[in-house]
Write a protein that binds this ligand. Structure first.
Ligand code: NAP
Length: 269
């Protein structure tokens, strides 16, 4: 039986769920790739490699030398460089590519969102009056807020960010999601948060902060996503499994395809 060599670009809950689904799958040899952004990544149920590939050329070389048959880009919607590299390296090597991502959040009744295109615009949106700001984007782009040192910042991250020294009035909360609504409400009440700054990551794991802000009437500065990668996109695990099955050997049977799921489909799921 021919086995499909599959590269999963990870660092997200989507990638973890796909890795769990692929573990023990007899027809697929899956490798999970992480950037090495967190010091202690959660253990993976499939083989993993850690660290950058060295741009488009490095990834293309990896795909060739490892004889990768298909790639699933399950990186974060804000990991724009990795996603763009994947599109180009897969084009160069004629490797099938699918994106596994979550849909963005949409404002619900009661939400007080200011939507901005960049983290710099988020800093501007905080205004000139001192306030308590909850930053949940982690280490990345934290330094942008050094331009607005008048605010009090509550910073939540998985590891201590070196960039935090640039914020004179700052409290660090070390935590890894998912987060419960009750905990988000308590944190925002205790710290008297007035504004939440977040990327529009989408998904359930970190949505409780949006619900908590709605409940407490807290304004949200929402940083919109970069343009989506130019590749076939799936939002649900089973739709990704269906896509994977389409690139494997026709004998793949244990992937438990939904009825009618054969061959690489081209509709957005
Ligand atoms: P990025 O800006 O798009 O990527 C920067 C470089 O990091 C890439 O060019 C690549 O280096 C390397 N890289 C990124 N993801 C990789 C992966 N899965 N495997 C191997 N190398 C990878 O990405 P980022 O925004 O720094 O995110 C880094 C990681 O954190 C990603 O895995 C992403 O899924 C995860 N993450 C990001 C965010 C976010 O808000 N950006 C949030 C949660 C999780 P080379 O060019 O050398 O190959």
């Amino acid at each position: 039986m021919k086995r499909l060599r599959l590269l999963v670009l990870g660092g997200t809950t989507e990638a973890s769920s796909l890795a769990s689904r692929l573990a023990g799958e007899p027809t697929v040899d899956a490798i999970l790739s992480l950037a090495g952004a967190t010091a202690h990544p959660a253990p993976a149920p499939i083989p993993q490699r850690i660290g950058g590939f060295g741009g488009v050329a490095g990834l293309a070389e990896y795909l060739r030398s490892e004889q990768i048959g298909a790639v699933v880009d399950a990186t974060h919607p804000f990991a724009a460089r990795m996603s763009a590299n994947a599109v180009e390296a897969c084009r160069l090597t004629a490797t099938p590519l699918a994106v596994f991502t979550r849909p963005p959040w949409r404002p619900a009744p009661g939400d007080r969102w200011t939507e901005v295109a960049t983290m710099d615009a988020a800093v501007e949106a905080l205004g000139s009056v001192r306030k308590t700001v909850f930053l949940t984007q982690g280490r990345l782009q934290l330094a942008a807020f050094a331009r607005a040192p008048r605010h009090r910042y509550i910073v939540r991250a998985i590891d201590r960010p070196a960039e935090i020294v640039a914020l004179p009035d700052c409290k660090l909360v070390l935590a890894r999601g998912p987060f419960a609504l009750a905990d988000e409400l308590e944190l925002m009440r205790t710290e008297k948060v007035e504004t939440l700054v977040t990327k529009n990551s989408g998904g359930r794991a970190t949505y409780a902060k949006i619900e908590a802000a709605r409940t407490l009437g807290i304004e949200v500065v929402m940083v919109e996503r970069p343009p989506a990668p130019a590749a076939e996109t799936r939002h649900h695990l089973e739709a990704v499994m269906e896509w994977i099955a389409g690139w494997g050997d026709s004998s793949i049977g244990s992937l438990k395809l939904p009825a009618g799921g054969s061959g690489p489909p081209h509709r957005e799921r």
